[in-house]
Write a protein that binds this ligand. Structure first.
Ligand code: NAD
Ligand code: LMR
Length: 349
């Protein structure tokens, strides 16, 4: 009655004043590449998650905006979060900055790396971006080995196997390395919602396989609204999801790839990880070390995040005949991209 209402009003006031809400987590999160196109809006969205107590914004000292500036800016939000910026400067200082920035982190989101330009494939970014990811992942291994490390940097299909193998060699859990493929599901949901005239929140299309070209495999048959779309329309819709990243690259005309929708998708994944750590198991599709498909040590499928990160990697479920055929095509391409990652790990440990 009245006292419950009063209590809830007091709680609301308390949360506005920046007190910790007792039911929420108080996790430390780092965004590596936090001054970038994805990094800034991703840092904003994570700063607004009540499960985040401390946010580290890490980037190069030559980044477009100094990470200390992004942190000062986010530090004025009406949220409980404490935001700190860390810049990679001269080599020696860089190690210190990364240490303070990562020490105690529960989740490290990594959009650090080069984006595509029109005409490039994600694979064209491998050499340069794998070296960036390696630097970050080695620092995570040293300073926050229990953190979930969510890799947004492309090509996800090869960078994730490369980094997870490096974790294995250090005796760390390769399942701490999570490839972020959430944007594929976000896009599939949006496109289906438009066709079905539904709100996207009512659509949930699992997208399995990987995150490039034909390896992106939306399972429209597994969503109740998408399953009603005539089969004749499915190949074009499938292609629309596969090509969505390239459509943004072309529309941005040399000035980068998806940043805002990626920040939204990355925050969705990040919030799912933190909800799991806080005791509410939460499921999202992600590209992780896996044994759900024979001979595929890395694969995207539904993953439940729990108190220690990846808790369960789910099987792919039943497929339509079209999806079963597409799975073979996805696997043929993914096989090679996983191998590039394994080769990188073998040559760079
Ligand atoms: P961006 O160039 O705007 O930002 C990248 C940031 O990383 C820059 O601020 C840069 O200074 C920083 N950086 C570079 N090297 C670093 C290092 N060693 N340590 C710390 N920071 C470093 O690029 P963006 O648009 O934000 O894209 C970032 C990456 O995300 C690209 O590789 C892109 O392909 C990828 N991406 C992935 C998905 C996905 O679905 N997984 C979606 C979109 C983009
Ligand atoms: C995307 O899907 O938008 C990202 O992987 C960026 C890209 O290069 O397409």
């Amino acid at each position: 009655g009245a006292s419950a209402l009063w209590l809830s009003q007091e709680r609301q006031k308390a949360s506005h004043c920046g007190f910790f809400s007792p039911s929420k987590g108080n996790f430390k999160v780092c965004v590596c590449g936090g001054s970038g196109g994805i990094g800034q809006p991703l840092s904003l969205l994570m700063a607004l998650d009540d499960n985040v107590g401390e946010l580290s914004v890490y980037d190069l000292n030559i980044a477009m905006v100094p990470p200390a500036g992004v942190a000062a800016d986010l530090g004025h939000l009406e949220s409980k979060v404490q935001v700190r910026g860390y810049a990679k400067g001269l080599e020696e200082k860089a190690v210190d900055a990364l240490g303070d920035c990562l020490q105690g982190c529960d989740l490290v989101l990594v959009p650090a790396g080069m984006p595509r330009k029109p005409g490039q494939t994600r694979d064209d970014l491998f050499k340069i971006n794998a070296n960036i990811a390696k630097e970050v992942v080695e620092a995570c291994a040293k300073y926050c080995p229990n953190a979930v490390v969510a890799l947004i940097v492309n090509p996800v299909n090869s960078v994730v196997p490369a980094m997870a193998e490096l974790y294995k060699k250090k005796g760390l859990d390769p399942k701490k390395i999570v490839g972020v493929t959430t944007l594929d599901g976000v896009r599939a949901n949006k496109f289906v919602a438009e066709i079905a005239k539904e709100h996207p929140n009512n659509v949930n299309v699992p997208v399995i396989g990987g995150h490039a070209g034909v390896t992106i495999l939306p399972l429209f048959s597994q969503d109740k609204h998408a399953a009603k779309i005539p089969q004749a329309e499915i190949p074009a819709l499938d292609k629309h999801v596969q090509d969505a990243g390239t459509d943004v690259v072309n529309a941005k005309n040399g000035k980068g790839s998806a940043t805002l929708s990626m920040a939204y998708a990355g925050a969705r994944l990040g919030k799912a990880v933190l909800a799991g750590l806080a005791g509410t198991p939460t499921t999202e599709c992600a590209y992780v070390a896996s044994d759900v498909e024979k001979d595929f040590p890395y694969f995207t499928s539904k993953v439940t995040f729990g108190k220690t990160g990846v808790e369960k990697v789910h099987g792919i479920g039943s497929l339509s005949p079209y999806e079963a055929k597409r799975l073979e095509e996805a696997k043929a391409a993914l096989k090679k991209e996983i191998q590039s990652g394994l080769d990188y790990a073998a040559a760079n440990s």
